[in-house]
Design a binder for this molecule. Sequence first.
Ligand code: GLP
Length: 242
Amino acid sequence: MKIIVTKDYQAMSRCAADLVQACVEKEPQSLVSFPGGDTPIGMLEEFVSRVNQGVIDPTGLKFVQLDDWVGIGPQDEGSCSHFVSTRLLAPMNRPFADRFLFDGSRRDTIDQQLEEQDAFIRRYGPIAVEVLGIGMNGHLGFNENGVDFSLRSHRTPLSDVTKSVQKKYFGGQDLPLTEGITQGIAQIMESELVILLANGARKAEIVSKAITGPVTNEVPASILQKHPNCVYLLDQEAASLL
Ligand code: GLP
């Protein structure tokens, strides 16, 4: 595992975009995956701006979403599919060659969507670059505490920590969301390059546990210690307890 510490959020975001750019320049037809959440916003802005300036060519790339909430869909602000559509897909002046997004509002088709996500990753994969955030409980996507590391795309109950953090995505509103859908740890670990982003002092403790603690499914991100090509890209605050 490689650890890069940058001076602030902007530098972290630029560095993430640099790493992604280098990867897709080498593999212009490859599959990429970016997360939702607050952490990747700066990286996505950088990525989109490089696409729109002609620096990154997305037209051979395929994109797969990481995770989403069951019960809300692309039309709902705060869903990950809405986030990906508005922050990445819509502002790009040229589209990806193909893409997979969830629609968590279509509850009757969740199992089918999970099969489709797994099939999409098998078809175009392995994922060339998997960018991740880390939850306050160490989750990756919605691989929550206690997750089975061998799972691929799956649905899962949300942990209490995730439920208590979620309202920040919904304008402070407490939505009755209890389940998530996500790529599994197996797909994450098969990715050629994993970039885990974390910024801010509130992430320092969990980042330190994930990097220096034992590998345990109680801290799902700790599994990345075993990934052969993983970069922890942190700002100074998130790295402050290392
Ligand atoms: C969310 C998402 C993850 C995200 C993580 C961190 O709940 N399920 O995909 O990476 O938690 O979110 P944030 O970047 O907002 O701290």
